[in-house]
Ligand binder design. Sequence first.
Ligand code: SAM
Length: 221
Amino acid sequence: MDMEDFEKQRKILVETLVAEGVLFDEYARKAMLKVPRELFVPGHQKHLAYIDEPLPIGYGQTISAPSMVAIMTSHLKTRPGHKALEIGTGSGYQSALLAAIVGDEGHIYTIERIPELAEMAKENLEKIGYSSRVTVIVSDGTLGCKEKAPYDRIIVTAASPDIPKPLVEQLKPNGILVIPVGDRYLQRLLIVEKDEKGRTRIRKDTWCAFVPLIGKYGWTL
Ligand code: SAM
């Protein structure tokens, strides 16, 4: 498959996600049209890059299904200039989408607990020219990253038993946190909105099934 085929498939997938109502934020739509998902999918699976399925990326982890990425990115409402934190770098695809939105004025910090995946994500982000917009950190993301806090947006792309307290603390007033919360096998996507006075409101969205968030405020291995 060549670049042109991938581009055509990307366009069809994005149109389908919009028609299905899961890609409902214009910035998220443009980012999904722009970022080549095939570059974040391991070699032997590249031909599957534009089917709506999660795909294995090694170390027992996955790159999430495009529809799930679309829902989460739409709810996050990231905007140019934002500083955002992602927990669960994986392939780096979600970071790349956020980097495409925030532009050169914004920045993405992304935390991964598996060093080999962090390395792979760095290489992927380098390939699409986003290294200067994204900082990949190897650490326990359930603690957030206090040094760079507070954040306009926080996204957790692994399943948590609860909302990690440090993440709520590190969210700016008027910030949004998107996180799957539930048991190890089935979760509900939560949208946590902090108002200008620091009060939080939690909305529940779709059911989902993510790999577990392992760490102090997540699950034990
Ligand atoms: N966002 C990724 C992408 O675009 O490819 C997919 C993320 S994958 C579903 C979940 C990732 O969360 C895995 O790579 C896993 O190693 C990571 N993870 C799990 N617990 C973590 C923690 N406490 N801190 C940081 N990363 C964690």
